[in-house]
Design a protein around this ligand. Structure first.
Ligand code: ASP
Length: 433
């Protein structure tokens, strides 16, 4: 998604430079000019517009991305099922690990409440800027539906109508969730019609690739977009935004550390019957590669080599689990998505009820499965989850500037999770034989 051009600075550095320029220029302007109308005009009409071009390019591809990624994803899992026991155990471990990761993320968001540190004055400003019909949306979010009607709404009467209204919250049912349900059904159905499914899958694969190219274009605009968005946010909120982001980054990193060093260590120790410290030592090279590239897919060759050489996992199991896992088992991403959605809801003063939080858990787990293993692969899906529960998706602008550090960290957890699953599945299978 973000291959650096020959001779140019790698994209993540350009994004960081954009972030630094936007933040410093914004803070200086805010300090010197205060609430000056010309600064407000520039910030809203120039800086924010540049940021919106970048964001809209991402928004634009969400519906096709969701449909193609999920339909194809399930069609692949259909094949996995044919592999029988191995596929099932892998699927079970994936669901268990991602469930645990999302719960850690939501637990931290609910206890640390990183988004609640914002002053009431700043929150009001944000609400006015990002949510045009603020009270309306907040009331809608507060009047959350009952668990039963939420579940029923997942089945769309008309998936096209759900798709049309999905991004502005005007769909009659559950919006993107309904589109996702339809995509899952299509994927399952495709696995049952044999060769007739092949042309449909080929078209969807082509569409998916094209969507990825458009996201790549958007990411190339990211340094300018981030600069504009951060300038806009800092002139709006001043230093408040720095504290807010520091709390958010701390919460995400803490969650990732807990998942990696507690959950994986326990799984490796209890299920795979290995010494967790030795396990982390053996895979250090993979972890560093994942941290450096921010891409599970780019790390796959290193993971396969290290798992073969250092862990001695059965090749048939290792290769299968790691390949599927590099796109389908992204626990770090799932944790990050759940925490981010709750954080932004707190920032906008929306307290999500139990049924909405359950939807976040479910969507974040699905998003972890549907995310491409490339840098920034989860951003469109964060927008998706935000939209689905009525938190303004434009809020993603607030966190874009710090995303690279979090991307490097969550990718490390994603890849570590794939290897932990491989080690567990290997132990379970070998005990049987
Ligand atoms: N960069 C992540 C990965 O490749 C995906 C994401 O969370 O953006 O695993």
């Amino acid at each position: 998604m973000n291959k650096p051009r020959e001779g140019s600075l790698a994209l993540h550095w350009r994004i960081l430079v954009g972030l630094a320029i936007g933040a410093i220029a914004g803070l200086i302007c805010k300090q010197i000019l205060g609430d000056n109308p010309s600064l407000k005009w520039f910030s809203e009409n120039i800086a924010n517009t540049i940021g919106q071009v970048f964001l809209r390019l991402i928004f634009m591809v969400i519906i096709p991305l969701v449909f193609c990624a999920l339909t194809l994803g399930v069609a692949e899992i259909g094949d996995v099922r044919k592999l029988g026991r191995l596929g099932l155990i892998t699927l079970l471990m994936t669901v268990l690990f991602s469930g645990a990761s999302v719960l850690i993320g939501l637990g931290l968001a609910n206890t640390l409440r990183p988004g609640a540190s914002l002053s009431e004055e700043s929150r009001e400003k944000l609400r006015k800027e990002f949510i045009k019909d603020a009270d309306d949306k907040i009331n809608k979010a507060k009047n959350s539906k009952t668990v039963l009607s939420t579940i029923l709404d997942v089945i769309p009467r008309n998936p096209l109508q759900e798709a049309v209204g999905a991004l502005d919250g005007s769909s009659p049912g559950s919006g993107l969730l309904g589109v996702m349900f339809f995509s899952l059904c299509m994927g399952i159905a495709l696995t049952t019609i044999g060769d007739k499914a092949k042309p449909v899958i080929a078209v969807l694969e082509g569409f998916y690739e094209a969507v990825m190219v458009i996201i790549g274009w958007a990411m190339n605009l990211a340094p300018f977009g981030v600069c504009g968005l951060v300038f806009y946010a800092t002139t709006l909120l001043g230093v408040d935004i720095i504290w807010l982001l520091a709390g958010y980054v701390t919460a995400v990193l803490l969650g990732l550390c807990i998942h990696m060093f507690v959950v994986y260590s326990l799984a490796v120790w209890l299920i795979a019957k290995r010494n967790p410290i030795q396990f982390f030592k053996d895979i250090l090279e993979v972890l560093l590669t994942a941290f450096g590239t921010s891409s599970s897919s780019a790390t796959l060759p290193t993971s396969i080599r290290v798992v073969d050489q250092n862990l001695g996992i059965d090749k048939r199991i290792g290769h299968f689990v790691l390949t599927i896992g590099s796109t389908a088992n992204q626990n770090g991403t799932a944790l990050y998505e759940g925490l981010t959605v709750l954080f932004l809801a707190q920032v906008f003063g929306q307290d999500l009820g139990l049924s909405q939080q359950l939807i976040v858990v479910f969507l974040s787990m699905l998003a972890g499965i549907g995310t491409a293993g490339v840098p920034g692969g989860s951003l469109p899906l964060v927008v998706l989850v935000l939209q689905s529960i009525g938190v303004p998706a434009e809020g993603i602008a607030i966190i874009m500037g710090v995303d690279r550090l979090l991307d490097m960290s969550r990718t490390t957890v994603n890849v570590c999770g794939d290897i932990a699953v491989a080690a567990c599945v290997d132990a379970i299978e070998n005990k049987r034989s």
